[in-house]
Design a protein around this ligand. Structure first.
Ligand code: FES
Length: 115
């Protein structure tokens, strides 16, 4: 774990199979988000590779598609693999979300700040 990593939430704060926004900016917009699959947590910067300033979520803490098997951009519907952030369907196919380092330790989720 690097010195820059900070606790962002408890593992229990993320529903298993769900997502959660983290690192709110001064306007309350989440700069990154995490997705939980069992004990595994994946983290990405909250910017779509289609338009870099676009946020992905369609409402608070909602970053997944209906079945919950992919990350979805609310702007134009791009679908990304949860495990590596690669776009499989949509206008930015082949591009990827920017990952952030995530560690789970003693029931808490630590990440590096988004950049
Ligand atoms: S901004 Fe995300 S798919 Fe267009």
């Amino acid at each position: 774990m690097t010195a820059a990593m900070q606790a962002v939430c408890a593992l229990a704060d993320i529903p298993d199979g769900g997502s959660r926004g983290i690192w709110p900016n001064a306007r309350g917009q989440h700069q990154a988000f995490v997705v939980r699959q069992g004990g595994q947590v994946y983290g990405y910067v909250n910017n779509c590779p289609h338009y870099d300033r676009a946020r992905l979520g369609w409402k608070k803490d909602a970053f997944l598609n209906g079945p919950g098997d992919r990350i979805m951009c609310a702007s134009h519907g791009a679908l990304f693999r949860i495990t590596d952030g690669k776009c499989e369907i949509g206008p930015c196919i082949g591009q990827s979300l920017r990952p952030i380092a995530v560690r789970v330790r003693e029931g808490h989720v630590f990440t590096e700040p988004p950049h």
